[in-house]
Design a protein around this ligand. Structure first.
Ligand code: ZN
Length: 159
């Protein structure tokens, strides 16, 4: 069965950057499963998996535009230190949440002093060329309930 809109794909992947540094991997864990063409994974990976079947094994390069977006320097801004709990130990590299116009947003702390915290709203993988080494394990039709919900019902997710 080929990966297509409304089918569930199970795969293992290892994600590395241009230097070969591993950023993420499903290997050694449960396979990664997703509902194809429902916007749940980055377009560059999803497009490369279109029409693929169990047994497909490949290294897939993904540019920032087809991944987590270009790095936007204007998404770095200062917030008053007083917006954070005084006893919270804010450190560079931390991920923090804040409320934005569209709900909760995640930021990376890129600077901090007594007065301000410098926050970066870019995705941590924005601006990076990504390399996915994938092994497709299974492609199946989604159930009617999965299609209605727009996500996969796998182990640990049932309702
Ligand atoms: Zn559901």
């Amino acid at each position: 069965m080929k990966a297509a809109h409304g089918r569930v794909v199970a795969l293992h992947y290892t994600l590395t950057d241009d230097l070969g540094v591993q950023l993420d991997s499903s290997r050694g864990h449960e396979p990664f499963v997703y509902l194809h063409k429902f916007g749940s994974i980055i377009p560059g990976l999803e497009n490369a998996l279109e029409g693929r079947e169990a047994g497909f094994s490949s290294s897939i390069p993904v540019s920032p535009a087809d991944g987590y977006g270009e790095y936007n320097p204007q998404a770095v801004f200062e917030a008053p230190r007083g917006q954070f709990p005084p006893d919270e130990n804010i450190q560079v590299g931390m991920r923090v949440q804040g409320e934005g116009a569209q709900g909760m947003l995640n930021f990376t702390v890129v600077g901090v002093n007594d007065q301000v915290v410098v926050l970066d709203a870019n995705h941590p993988m924005a601006g990076k060329n990504l390399h996915f080494a994938v092994d497709v394990l299974e492609v199946r039709d989604a159930t009617a309930q999965e299609l209605a919900h727009g996500h996969v019902h796998a182990r640990g997710h049932d309702h």
